[in-house]
Write a protein that binds this ligand. Structure first.
Ligand code: TMP
Length: 197
């Protein structure tokens, strides 16, 4: 039987990386073979975009790189799923559709291009969790309380959040309120996963 493909999305500081780890621990303890993976990957293309500062990069060029990384990663994900492994993926196509769309002012034609480029090279997840959080709170979690990031960065994360919420409606993501305690968030997510198994 094919494994479940579960994706975690959210703005910076939304807590998805820690949540992924805790879901992995919980499912493993229940006897399910589960793997955690993330994007950008640490493969050749992923490493290229993880490094800060490709000079003069544009949202379109970034989107092409993130998507190329994803196209290669998807082959590996498909193999794990065929082996019956449940795959927990920290970011997937919605990250490009949200972040690069926000970087391009959420222009509808550009957003559509991002999706049309991604849909043929991805595997549609069985379940996508959107950890929804206020940009201010995400910023505090990233920088530590009190330390403000640049105004543009905060405005950007707000736009990313809006883009995510649009995608959630279109692709039926499960919106999880991330402004709660870790245990509460974990329990809600585990219940939703168990209802799909
Ligand atoms: P991380 O903080 O989850 O490791 O992700 C690294 C950064 O890369 C984060 O700010 C989001 C960004 N990103 C995109 O802009 N587009 C993408 O397609 C992906 C996968 C990540």
């Amino acid at each position: 039987m094919s494994g479940l493909f579960i994706v975690f999305e959210g703005i910076d500081g939304s807590g998805k990386t820690g949540l992924c780890k805790r879901v992995h621990e919980a499912l493993t303890a229940e006897g399910r073979t589960t793997i955690v993976t993330q994007e950008p990957t640490s493969d050749e293309i992923g490493s290229l975009i993880r490094k800060d500062g490709i000079p003069d990069i544009t949202p379109a060029a970034e989107a092409l790189l993130f998507t190329a990384d994803r196209a290669v990663h998807t082959q590996r994900i498909a193999r794990w799923l065929e082996e019956g492994v449940t795959v927990l993926c920290d970011r997937y196509f919605a990250s490009t559709a949200a972040y690069q769309s926000a970087a391009a002012g959420r222009d509808p034609a550009f957003t559509e291009w991002l999706l049309q480029m991604n849909l043929p090279v991805i595997r549609m997840p069985d379940l996508t969790f959107l950890l929804d959080l206020d940009a201010e709170e995400g910023e505090e979690r990233v920088n530590g309380r009190g330390a403000a990031s640049r105004y543009e960065e905060l405005a950007y994360q707000r736009e990313v959040r809006k883009a995510y919420l649009d995608l959630a409606e279109r692709f039926d993501f499960k919106i999880i309120a991330a402004d709660r305690g870790r245990d509460e968030v974990l329990e809600e997510v585990l219940q939703l996963i168990r209802s799909v198994f």
